[in-house]
Design a protein around this ligand. Structure first.
Ligand SMILES: Nc1nc2c(c(=O)[nH]1)N[C@H]1C(S)=C(S)[C@@H](COP(=O)(O)OP(=O)(O)OC[C@H]3O[C@@H](n4cnc5c(=O)[nH]c(N)nc54)[C@H](O)[C@@H]3O)O[C@H]1N2
Ligand SMILES: Nc1nc2c(c(=O)[nH]1)N[C@H]1C(S)=C(S)[C@@H](COP(=O)(O)OP(=O)(O)OC[C@H]3O[C@@H](n4cnc5c(=O)[nH]c(N)nc54)[C@H](O)[C@@H]3O)O[C@H]1N2
Ligand code: SF4
Ligand SMILES: [Mo]
Length: 887
């Protein structure tokens, strides 16, 4: 009998590209997932993270019931306790003593009600979001230039452009489907691609020009460009006169860096390369400049954004086919959050704290006397206020600040001493949840239902695909239940998410008239949506006018949502990054993302298919620095900043320039001993946006020596943090198919380490097999003829990086495989996966290239099947071919 359900359309759980998926429950009761051919963002394609979403839908580490001080309670008790605590703090200390810290991973409906509750009814603007860490410089830059936080362009522009500049964006790994669209466009129309990034990233593989600028020098580069355009008559004077203000100030500031040499000095880019870049820009009206965290996460992030926009305004390249500055957003609903006023500095529906008429409009619309009329504290300041006790209660929803805010040791201390820490999450343990006094289980992707907005303003539905696990509830439900119990029932008596969306739509259309500085965020065309229409809503790109017509590009008519309808140039003086560079901390630490993990790994960390690409928190070090510090590949190194220390495994690579190092952001105290890289990160923020400078922290390296390596593989997760303290200098955990694998490095002798690990993790009542061979110690535990754990211990050898296949764990005992493992005949070679979809390792690819004398990617792909899934590893296949060729 066929039990398959029919395909339901929804939106991917992860990044801001906002790809459409189709999903159905298959005969095994699991979700089949494929791309939605009709979704405008991806037209059927998906990346490996989306294709492995099913693996993340497990009960492993799932939060299933509400808890107070880690004791299970009913929803009634949890909600009543939440309200009692919040209310007593508000009564004693006022509404500002209560804060909310929310997330671009909420749905628009969740985000709308939490803002309405905080700003509208409790009367505190102390509600900020992780978008502060992500998009706030772009938001501030847009507001300054355009009068409103609007992204002018659309994805089609990337395909229509003649030149695409990726600055501070590793599109290949962070927005893979957009990258694939761009790559295809390049093959079809020979688009010129420029990558501006201090690091050589996977995105450079399609670049015609890579400008490896000195970190933080973007403003010098773009001011230099503005100056070049002006001096060489490339500016569009007619457009400037008709549609902009203040170019003189921008030009004067840019001219202070007038000669190429100065720009060259500041950016580290040769005058010749600079001219190539400037000419590419100057000569191609169809230019798109994509920017992301290399731009935003900086102490001059807002100015960097405006320096880019200045060049587009000066050439009239905005709102036109293939011509736009383009802020690419990170999280699935960072854009939706901006629409409902998720930041402490904005109000709902693009209304402004700066305008009294907007307060009135919002107070009337919400029918409240309690609206907060001053901006609240931005994320970093908010956690300072928690640390100093001004804020006494914080409700954290869908974000993991203990791992993702700068100087995270301080954040952890602040949360540890905060009297009331309410956390709504889908997982039961993460770094933040350790501090929760009240834990509220939220529905996750596949269970929740609502809308998200992607980077090009498309609003798409996320639909319920599976039944909810345990007692988890929608975030909007949890928030509105609390609001009702606080006495705001009349304003929060929604029974479904469609009603909330309808209210949000109505607010965007209220008093939004073309003749009165309109807000471009206007969804009036969706005003008459019934619940049924909402259920069936197709992707909609805002603004949506009364006739339901979507607008693909903004500002095409040269009219901007400012008082006089003109855009504004901003003078953007160059400032170097503030770091505590010194002989004590001589290197610059850059941080960012890897291809197959998402943020703090609470979801992608559950997928074994995604665990193989980069298996550990690595630090990329340039060969000259490796020489200087006497570091070898795969060795451990202690990284110290003025804030803390952490340990990483060395990857010697020319991807980074000398004196620069790079570490990925994903590992936390749940997945590694030394915790998150954010413990090291500088607290400096952009003075306008408040966005932290995550990409430039001064650090020092100290090689770490140890004697013994161990790999423990178990079917059930174990807690290594409880081991007696000298056992492991370092450990890291990753998901494998049938369980978890822990790699430990220790200064104990192999036999001493074996004894401890056997005592802790290998129950004496269980059946053991042990062997000592080739210097190594090995053990297996068997239960009911199933192998439930294995242990391998060996002396450290710097020529060898210890990774191991785990194909015996969780399976019925196979004599041959057990024998091979115990005798050291299993394959212990490097198991790094290049193709996540087909699980093809680097070694398999190298062997195929060498043995079959493969010359091109298509052949390599055909023989090995690598690259035939999502295609996201295509660039890596190319570099492997080049590398193996060269050897
Ligand atoms: N696989 C994966 N994809 C993701 C995410 C994820 O966790 N994993 N997260 C999503 C989110 S929330 C976000 S915000 C986006 C982020 O997407 P991106 O911004 O593309 O990603 P990052 O790796 O943070 O940083 C981009 C690049 O900025 C460079 N950079 C550092 N300093 C400078 C500088 O001074 N100038 C310039 N021009 N560049 C610099 C870094 O070397 C890095 O390669 O990714 C989204 N997509
Ligand atoms: N050093 C350094 N630090 C950085 C960055 C960097 O580049 N470098 N980038 C910054 C950026 S751009 C970002 S966006 C942040 C991301 O940082 P975080 O937002 O802290 O990271 P996530 O792991 O995405 O945390 C999301 C949490 O919400 C939970 N969750 C998922 N879905 C739901 C839901 O529907 N409801 C609820 N209630 N919970 C849910 C997840 O289980 C997880 O615990 O990191 C920032 N920190
Ligand atoms: S590109 Fe982003 S939205 Fe699209 S499938 Fe991949 S993670 Fe999901
Ligand atoms: Mo982000």
């Amino acid at each position: 009998m066929n039990n398959q359900s029919s395909w339901v359309k929804s939106t991917c759980a992860y990044c801001g590209v906002g790809c459409g998926i189709k999903s159905r429950i298959n005969n095994q009761g699991q979700l089949d997932i494929k791309g939605d051919e009709q979704h405008p963002a991806n037209k059927g394609k998906l990346c490996a993270k989306a294709l492995t979403l099913t693996e993340t839908l497990t009960n492993d580490n799932r939060m299933l019931i509400p808890q107070i001080l880690n004791k299970p309670v009913s929803w009634n008790e949890a909600l009543d306790e939440t309200v009692t605590q919040l209310q007593s703090i508000i009564n004693r200390y006022g509404p500002s003593a209560v804060a909310f810290y929310v997330s671009g991973q909420l749905l628009t409906e969740d985000y709308y009600v939490v803002n309405k509750l905080a700003k509208g009814f409790i009367g505190t603007a102390n509600i900020d979001t992780n978008s502060r860490l992500c998009m706030s410089s772009a938001v501030a830059g847009h507001q300054r230039a355009f009068g409103e936080d609007c992204v002018a362009g659309c994805y089609d522009d990337l395909e229509a452009a003649d030149v695409v500049i990726l600055t501070g964006s590793n599109l290949a790994w962070c927005h893979p489907i957009l990258f694939q669209r761009l790559k295809l466009a390049q093959q079809q129309h020979n688009t010129k691609i420029v990558v501006i990034d201090p690091r050589h990233t996977a995105s450079c593989d399609i670049a015609d020009l890579h400008l490896a600028i000195t970190p933080g020098s973007d403003i010098a580069l773009f001011n230099g460009l503005l100056n070049y355009l002006n001096n060489n008559n490339y500016i569009d004077q007619e457009y400037i006169n008709a549609h902009t203000n203040n170019i003189e100030a921008a030009l004067t500031t840019a001219a202070t860096l007038s000669n190429d040499e100065n720009v060259s000095q500041l950016t580290g880019i040769s005058a010749e390369k600079l001219r190539t870049f400037y000419q590419l820009f100057a000569n191609h009206p169809r230019t798109v400049t994509v920017y992301s965290q290399g731009v935003n996460q900086s102490i001059s992030g807002t100015d960097k954004v405006n320096a880019i926009i200045n060049c587009h305004l000066a050439t009239g390249r905005i709102g036109k086919l293939g011509a736009t500055p383009f802020s690419i957003t990170g999280q699935p609903n960072a854009m939706g959050g901006r629409e409902v006023g998720g930041l402490a500095t904005t109000l709902a529906a693009h209304l402004s704290f700066e305008r009294q008429d907007h307060w009135q409009l919002l107070s009337d619309f919400w029918q409240t006397n309690n609206l907060a009329t001053k901006p609240g504290l931005k994320a970093v300041d908010m956690f300072d206020a928690i640390a100093n006790g001004t804020i006494k209660a914080v409700w954290i929803i869908a974000t993991n600040p203990a791992a993702s805010l700068p100087n995270s040791n301080k954040i952890n201390r602040a949360l540890a001493q905060c009297p009331c820490v309410i956390v709504s999450d889908c997982v039961n343990n993460n770094d933040t949840l350790r501090h929760a006094t009240i834990k509220l289980p939220a529905q996750g992707w596949s269970e929740k239902s609502g809308t998200v907005t992607n980077s090009e303003r498309y609003i798409s539905r996320q639909r319920r695909l599976l039944p909810t696990q345990g007692e988890a509830k929608p975030d909007w439900w949890i928030i509105t239940q609390v609001a009702q119990r606080m006495g705001f029932g009349d304003s929060f008596n929604y029974t479904n998410e469609a009603q909330i969306f309808a209210e949000h739509v109505a607010l965007t259309a209220t008093n939004n008239h073309p003749h009165q500085t309109p807000r471009l965020l206007n969804l009036s065309g969706l005003s008459h949506l019934t619940a049924h229409d909402y259920d069936n809503l197709l992707p909609q790109q805002w603004p949506i006018n009364d006739d339901g017509i979507n607008q693909q590009r903004l500002f095409s008519d040269g009219i901007f949502p400012t008082q006089d309808g003109k855009a504004c140039f901003i003078a953007t003086p160059y400032r170097p990054p503030i770091t505590h560079h010194s002989t004590a901390y001589p290197l610059l630490l850059n941080t960012g993302r890897i291809r197959d993990q998402w943020h703090t790994m609470t979801r992608t960390g559950l997928s074994a298919s995604l665990a193989g690409h980069i298996q550990e928190p690595l630090i990329s070090v340039h060969p000259t620095d490796a020489d200087h510090y006497k570091l070898s590949n795969n060795q451990l190194v202690t990284v110290t900043s003025q804030y803390s220390k952490a340990i990483f495994r060395v990857r010697i690579s020319t991807e980074v320039k000398p004196r620069q190092v790079f570490i990925a952001i994903h590992w936390t105290q749940q997945t590694s001993s030394s915790g998150s890289v954010c413990a090291l990160i500088d607290e400096q923020c952009d003075p306008i946006s408040g966005q932290p400078q995550f990409k430039a922290t001064a650090v020092q390296l100290t090689p770490l020596t140890y004697t013994t390596d161990a790999i423990l593989t178990t079917t059930e997760a174990v807690t290594l943090a409880d081991l007696p303290s000298p056992t492991a200098l370092y450990w890291v955990c990753k998901k494998v198919k049938a369980g978890y694998q822990y790699c430990l490095s220790s200064n104990l002798t192999p036999s001493a380490l074996e004894q401890i690990l056997m005592t802790y993790f290998m129950h004496p009542a269980q059946h053991h097999l042990r062997a000592i061979t080739h210097n190594s110690r090995r053990a297996i535990v068997i239960e009911n003829n199933r192998c439930i754990s294995s242990l391998l211990i060996r002396p450290y050898s710097n020529s060898h990086y210890l990774t191991s296949s785990s194909n015996i764990i969780g399976y019925e005992c196979n004599e041959l495989k057990l024998h091979q493992f115990l005798n050291g005949e299993d394959n212990l070679t490097d198991t790094d996966i290049v193709c996540a979809c087909k699980q093809i390792t680097k070694q398999q690819l190298i062997d195929t290239i060498t043995n079959k004398k493969v010359q091109d990617v298509s052949t390599l792909s055909r023989i090995t099947t690598a690259g035939t899934g999502c295609g996201g590893c295509w660039c890596e296949l190319e570099s492997l071919l080049n590398l193996t060729d060269a050897n």
